[in-house]
Design a protein around this ligand. Structure first.
Ligand code: SF4
Ligand code: SF4
Length: 391
């Protein structure tokens, strides 16, 4: 077993007993849970609890997966903590735990839930995008003997996919996450920051929940896809590369993976993956829709400044759906949202296209749109890429 080993198992439903059986099989090529967890260990499980939605919406790691992993750790004699920090939790942690099913998963597996918002924070310094930065991560991360990352298989409007590497961003608690969108507004630099951050985090094991995944307008408002797969690896990079392999996405177009490549972190290409369990061909996910490379970030500053009115990509409101809760306004790192009687209004001049507002909207009242000129440019770019591939 190496960091390049990617274990794959098919699993068709979230029936608890089947999920647990599939995860036991999934971990066999990696040495089983006992290769990672010993009696007396303290285990931190980090699922994706992006938003306060039911598990069947596929925006969060399914509780059946959390419960199965937590109970395996518990049976191995460990003390198990489950924690994550949604960007817009705003003091409603218990409500999030209940609605996402995390509370039931903890109860059924003998684990404890931990709130990252009230946890002590540890400063971590590293270089990203050419500058030294300090992030404050939850202390529980550094007190755990074993950290198990449980990402959800999803797309992301900014970073194309949100998998194992990006799930580690949740170790920065709550609203503190939004400021990093402001510091690194362009998709590429933000994705590089995510990879640079992930590289600092001591993760022991990664298990991706792709039994049901999300494509299209992820990470919160996309389509639920019955992808029927679970992935496991010791490296989060291996997981994300495997995810790309299953959906037929070129990893060179995923900026987090490009940065991992530069960092010499994890395998660099599909050829370097060592598959175990189900062959990738048998687990391939057909017609999985991935958002295009985020448009604004691909355009040089001087062009953006010149053509700002013609070239834009940003949020638009579905006014009939907006309930005027103001959550988008609170999270917006660019102070670009006001709430009027008609609902949320977006200031396009201030907007940095981070899509945090989309992530936190409880009723999916925000969509990503790009201007006609930009859409045309992207279509032409896609056409060019297809033609290049055919040659
Ligand atoms: S757009 Fe969504 S988050 Fe913003 S006010 Fe409307 S319902 Fe709330
Ligand atoms: S309006 Fe939405 S996409 Fe624009 S900066 Fe604010 S949170 Fe980000």
């Amino acid at each position: 077993m190496s960091a390049r080993t990617l274990s794959i198992q098919k699993c068709a439903s979230y029936e608890q007993i089947k999920v647990k059986e599939a995860i036991i099989k999934l971990l066999e090529p990696l040495g089983g849970i006992k290769a990672f967890v010993r009696s007396g260990n303290k285990v931190l499980i980090k699922p994706n609890m992006l938003t306060c939605k039911e598990p069947e919406r596929a925006a969060t790691t399914h509780p059946a997966v959390i419960e199965a992993v937590a109970s395996l750790c518990h049976e191995a004699g460990a003390t198990v903590l489950i924690g994550d920090s949604p960007p817009a939790v705003f003091g409603r942690t218990e409500e999030f735990w209940e609605k996402t099913g995390f509370a039931a998963a903890a109860r059924n597996s003998g684990a404890q839930l931990t709130s990252f918002e009230t946890d002590a924070k540890v400063p971590v310094k590293f270089f990203s995008n050419g500058r030294e930065i300090t992030v404050h991560l939850v202390k529980t991360l550094f007190l755990a003997d074993v950290v198990i990352n449980l990402p959800k298989m999803k797309t992301h409007n900014l970073t194309r996919i949100t998998g194992a590497v990006k799930n580690l961003f949740g170790l920065i608690p709550g609203l503190a996450k939004a400021q990093w969108h402001k510091i690194f507004p362009r998709a590429e630099e933000f994705a590089y920051f995510i990879a640079d951050l992930g590289h600092q985090i001591p993760v022991t094991l990664n298990i991706m929940d792709g039994i049901e995944s999300m494509d299209g307008q992820g990470p919160a408002g996309g389509r639920v896809v019955k992808s029927e797969v679970l992935l496991a690896a010791t490296s989060p990079v291996t997981i994300d590369l495997g995810f790309c392999r299953l959906i037929g996405l070129d990893p060179a177009t995923v900026p987090t993976l490009s940065r991992c490549n530069q960092l010499n972190w994890g395998p660099k290409s599909f050829d370097e993956l060592e598959f175990a369990g189900c062959p990738p061909e048998a687990a391939a996910i057909k017609n999985y829709q991935v958002p295009g490379t985020p448009p604004i970030s691909m355009i040089p500053d001087f062009i953006i400044n010149f053509m700002r009115r013609l070239l834009w990509a940003g949020p638009v409101l579905l006014p009939d759906t907006c309930i005027k809760c103001g959550r988008c306004q609170k999270i917006c790192p660019a102070d670009a949202i006001t709430i009027s009687t008609a609902g949320a209004e977006f200031d396009r001049q201030k907007c940095i296209s981070c899509f945090c507002c989309m992530e936190v909207c409880p009723v999916e009242a925000i969509e990503m749109k790009s201007s006609p000129l930009l859409s045309l440019g992207l279509k032409m770019r896609g056409l060019k890429r297809r033609l290049r591939k055919r040659k």
